[in-house]
Design a protein around this ligand. Structure first.
Ligand SMILES: [Zn+2]
Length: 235
């Protein structure tokens, strides 16, 4: 099967909850889910993000796409993780400089978020949970790995006596392929112009300097070059 799964297809039945931050990855997942499920709701976790803009961005995207948007307060993470995402007095450093995990690391963050998303999903009658986690460039986050997601899926079903399915459309994609998926979903311009990935809180193409912008830009440039070459080849 095509690993991008971006083509159009008959609408599936059922309801999905998308873990949604307003960034490139989760917005692509939101479009992916909207093509596949009858009903889609989004959940954003507030945990002391550096920029309230991130929440505003998520809310405005959800509103524009007509998706019910839940915001759950996870500010307790700020008490647990002295990282730059949760404490404004710590600067973001480039992970490659330290050779270890990025200092935006919050241990077990996906474990917590997905568990809360599952409780929410049960409450709103959704069986599917969609998350943009990715093993390909997982930056060392152990709870972005596929084996963890599979394990958590089993645990949640046992814990809650449910038949949840956790879907991870980006699991095996690199950033270039994530742009390609957005394009196939007809969402390339929307994702490029409306999402916020930048650690400095600048939407769309961002500041261009932070690690998140550099990663996003590198994937975008590669994809645009490939798309350009394909268009030329067809001409
Ligand atoms: Zn940036």
């Amino acid at each position: 099967m095509d690993k991008l799964e971006g083509g159009s297809l008959d609408k599936r039945k059922g309801k999905a909850v998308v873990v949604f931050s307003g960034g490139q990855d989760s917005t692509t997942c939101l479009f992916w889910a909207l093509q596949r499920y009858e009903e889609v709701e989004a959940v954003t976790f507030r945990y002391g993000q550096r920029h309230a803009l991130e929440l505003e961005c998520a809310a405005s995207i959800a509103a524009e796409l007509g998706v019910r948007h839940h915001v759950l307060d996870m500010s307790l993470l700020g008490q647990l993780a002295p990282s730059s995402l949760t404490r404004s007095d710590v600067a973001v450093a480039d992970a490659s400089e330290e050779g270890g995990l990025p200092n935006t690391f919050v241990p077990g963050r996906n474990l917590l978020f997905l568990s809360f998303a599952a409780v929410l999903a049960q409450g709103v009658g959704a069986r599917t949970i969609v998350t943009g986690v990715c093993e390909t460039d997982f930056s060392g986050y152990p709870d972005c790995r596929n084996i963890f997601i599979q394990s958590l899926n089993v645990s949640l079903n046992l814990a809650m006596d449910e038949t949840f399915v956790i879907e991870t459309p980006l699991m095996w994609l690199d950033k270039e392929q994530t742009w390609e998926l957005a394009d196939r979903l007809g969402a390339f311009d929307f994702v490029r112009e409306r999402t916020l990935t930048c650690y400095n809180g600048i939407p769309a193409d961002g500041c261009g300097e932070c690690p998140a912008c550099k990663l996003r830009r590198a994937g975008l440039d590669k994809y645009l070059a490939r798309r350009g070459a394909q268009v030329e080849a067809r001409a």
